[in-house]
Design a protein around this ligand. Structure first.
Ligand SMILES: Cc1cc2nc3c(=O)[nH]c(=O)nc-3n(C[C@H](O)[C@H](O)[C@H](O)COP(=O)(O)O)c2cc1C
Length: 203
């Protein structure tokens, strides 16, 4: 079995997440794997970045949809913005007006882009492993909320039908779609893992 290809995908304005990403990479390497660090394209104009005292971006390649789908797994570095995912990252994942297309593409596993240039390829990402790490200003000033709110956004924009947070399926707008074989397989795996945990407890 070959080792999984892993992308560490970051958005970092002041460099904290970039430094964390290097440590995550180190950890993956110490565990015997390899990983590449990629970054989300900036959407803020330079004028705004200057006013925010943002230093130049770290020197990582910019991720795009086609590249993202080539990895077996990805872990995202997310700086906290008002206890949430930064709008720059959310914008990169957005595909809001194209829900129906999203559903169709999950069936066909077809590569999908939205009109805003989203890096999200719905369907192509189903079944891939994802994780996240965060940074924030205060002593945990919203880190837990950042992870929490990021999950909802990411799940709605592509990480569906099975994710590290549990098995899942799309029903379709009118309930016309049924769980795919892959989604059912993930539910079986979750059932096994769940039993593996609870069976260790003496009731
Ligand atoms: C617009 C804005 C909103 C922020 N909101 C929060 C927040 O709600 N809680 C918090 O702890 N930190 C907040 N921060 C601080 C950022 O989380 C911090 O600057 C960031 O984690 C640094 O990561 P980076 O250097 O990789 O950009 C905010 C920063 C900005 C610019």
């Amino acid at each position: 079995m070959s080792s999984p290809s892993i992308a560490i995908i970051i958005y970092s304005m002041y460099g904290h997440i970039a430094i964390m990403a290097e440590s995550v990479k180190k950890g993956i390497e110490e565990a015997g794997g390899t990983a590449e660090i990629w970054q989300i394209p900036e959407t803020l104009p330079q004028e705004v970045l200057t006013k925010m005292h943002a230093p130049p971006k770290p020197d990582y390649p910019i991720i795009d949809a086609a590249k993202l789908a080539t990895f077996d797994a990805f872990i995202m570095g997310i700086p906290t913005r008002i206890r949430q995912l930064p709008r720059t990252m959310e914008g990169a994942f957005r595909s809001s007006s194209l829900c129906l297309t999203v559903l169709i593409n999950i069936e066909t596993n077809q590569v999908f882009w939205d009109s805003t240039g989203s890096l999200w390829q719905t369907g192509a990402l189903v079944g891939k492993y994802a994780g996240a790490f965060v940074s924030s200003a205060g002593p945990g000033g919203g880190q837990e909320m950042t992870i929490n709110s990021a999950l909802s956004t990411l799940t709605h924009h592509g990480i569906v039908g099975g994710s590290p947070w549990g098995a899942g399926t799309f029903a379709g707008k009118m309930g016309e779609r049924q769980p795919s074989a892959l989604e059912l397989q993930m539910a079986v795996i979750q059932g096994k893992q769940f039993y593996g945990v609870v069976s260790r407890v003496k009731f």
